[in-house]
Design a protein around this ligand. Sequence first.
Ligand SMILES: [Cu+2]
Length: 284
Amino acid sequence: MRTGYKVALYGAVLAIVFGGTWAAGAATGTPRTPPSHSGEAAHQEEAVHGGHDQAPSKLPPGLSVSDNGYTLRLDTTKSLAFHIEGPDGEPVTKFAVEHEKRLHLITVRRDGENFQHVHPEMAPDGTWTVPLTFPAAGSYRIFADFKPEAGPKTTLGADVQVPGDYRPRAHEDSRTFTVDGYEVTLDGELDVNEPSTVTATVTKDGKQVTDLQDYLGAKGHLVALRNEDLAYLHVHPEQGDRVRFAVEVPTAGRYRLFLDFRHDNTVRTAEFTLTTHEEGGHGH
Ligand SMILES: [Cu+2]
C-alpha cells in the first residue's frame, strides 16, 4: 500500500475506497508549486536568469492534497482513516504539538455548512482514525492541520463525497450566531493583506459569559475559510481574557469563520460570514 506513491505525487489522483453509508469520491491533487505567471512569462523568465530572486507562488493553506512534500492519504473503508505521507513516501509518525494537539482535522461541506473540528488518534504506524459522520449529503472538504517534527506547519485538504440530495446553502454576511442559548457576536473588520483582529463576545440570557474555559490553549479556537474555495487562513489567538484572534486575509471577498468555545465543559461552535472591509470605504 505504500509503494508507488512517488509516481503519484505530482497531480495524481487520490484513490479513495468506497464504504459505509457515505462514499468518497476522487479528489485530484494539484501541483505543489503552481506557476504564478500572469501573462508576463518572458519578462519573469528574464528576471530569473538575471539573478533576481523570483519567489515561488505561495497559495493559502488547505487548497492542495500535497504541499511542503507532505501528502494527505484518505482511506474511508472504516470511519475516517488517513495517514500523512512524508517526502520519503512513508507515513509520518512524529508530529509537533500545536494548540495542544498533534493534528487537527476540520471537515466542512463545500458550501460552508456542517463544520466539524475533531482530533483523530494516531496508531504507531502513522494511521490516524476518527469516528465521523457527515450529517447531510454533499461534497465535503477534509483539512488536516499539523506540523511534522521534521517539516513546516502544513494544512492539506481533500474532498469526500456524501451521496444524496444536496441543496447547497448561500451565506449572507452574519455576525451573530445562536447555539444552545448562547448568543455569540463577532466584532472587527477583515482587512486584506494585513493582520485583522476579530473579537467574539458570548452572552447567555442577556448577560455576558465571563467564565469561558480554555480550549486548545486559548479562550477559543477560530477557523477561517475563504468562501469560494475554502482556502484555510492563518488565525492566531491573542493572549488575554478576550476571545480575540488575528486573521490574515489574502484576498478581498467573503469568508466563513467558525469559533469553537468551551463553557460548562462543553465545546460549541458559532459560525459567521464576513466580507472584507473595502479599502477607502466608510464601513465601520
Ligand atoms: Cu483541533
